[in-house]
Design a binder for this molecule. Structure first.
Ligand SMILES: [Zn+2]
Ligand SMILES: [Zn+2]
Ligand SMILES: [Zn+2]
Length: 121
């Protein structure tokens, strides 16, 4: 089970070691050699469990679907890091914005207050 891409629809056969992996990172974790590049990729659809090949040099939109079951396997990868980053960053951005607003407003307010005091005084 791939822990990098949570919604992997296909496994890809590494051309170098002929092993099936959900993603390049899975290959990197279990192999010490770099993943070989190939123009003809072998896929295994996780939905219908059938294998198929695609020529990556002639790859177009219709090739994003499994030829056996029409499963759209080229989808935006959902990675655990991305999910965490989105949630974490949102909270941090909010906190930073609130803080910035406060630090920006406070000196302005004290300046005005001083101005007023000066004028009143
Ligand atoms: Zn390999
Ligand atoms: Zn993986
Ligand atoms: Zn399929």
């Amino acid at each position: 089970m791939c822990k990098h891409i949570l919604n992997a629809q296909v496994a890809i056969r590494a051309p170098c070691c002929k092993q099936w992996y959900d993603c390049a990172e899975c290959h990197a974790e279990s192999q010490s050699h770099p993943l070989a590049k190939t123009t003809e990729m072998a896929f295994l659809c996780k939905k219908c469990k059938k294998a198929f090949r695609k020529d990556m040099t002639e790859y177009d939109e219709s090739d994003e679907y499994c030829p056996h079951c029409d499963n759209h396997y080229v989808i935006e990868a959902k990675t655990p890091q991305a999910v965490l980053a989105v949630e974490g960053e949102d909270a941090r951005v909010d906190a930073r914005m609130l803080k910035d607003e406060r630090t920006k407003q406070n000196p302005t307010r004290s300046l005005f207050a001083m101005d007023f005091t000066d004028r009143i005084g």
